[in-house]
Write a protein that binds this ligand. Structure first.
Ligand SMILES: C[C@H](O)[C@H](O)[C@H]1CNC2=NC(N)=NC(=O)C2=N1
Length: 126
């Protein structure tokens, strides 16, 4: 028997996974929202390129040819942060930018951290 696929038969959770993180938008994170579990973190880490988890944060160091290119990258990260209202810690050097995301409001990791990290990765690949 052939069953016609219908979108309505998919739960919201499943639909969430159909779209990759770069198609999502950060949502305001209220105090009291539970941080992601380690299992959820492991699943989301698979969608990022070479990010590392250190307990309550995720980080990555990007390398560039010179200070000009590093600062161009920093400006794109600032633009993403402004649009998403979610702001990483940055350490900027001559040809390197270390970026760390965590969600202050919950003192842990939320999906917002992964959405922004995925958007930074997507820009870096251009
Ligand atoms: C009201 C506003 O959404 C919050 O203050 C945002 C701003 N940017 C933020 N950035 C990060 N990294 N974590 C937060 O919890 C956070 N909260």
């Amino acid at each position: 028997m052939y069953l016609e696929p219908t979108f309505t038969s998919l739960s919201e959770d499943i639909m969430d996974n159909v779209f990759d993180l770069t198609h999502k938008q950060c949502k305001p994170c209220e105090v009291g929202t539970p941080p992601l579990t380690q299992d959820e973190i492991i699943t989301l880490m698979k969608q990022l390129d070479d990010w590392v988890q250190y307990n309550q944060l995720i980080g990555k160091t990007f390398e560039f040819k010179n200070y000009y290119q590093t600062m161009a990258f920093v400006n794109v990260v600032a633009w993403i942060s402004h649009r998403e209202d979610h702001h990483p810690d940055l350490k900027v050097s001559y040809n390197r930018c270390q970026i760390e995301y965590s969600t202050h409001a919950i003192n842990g990791l939320s999906e917002n951290d992964f959405i922004c990290a995925a958007k930074v990765d997507a820009f870096f690949k251009i």
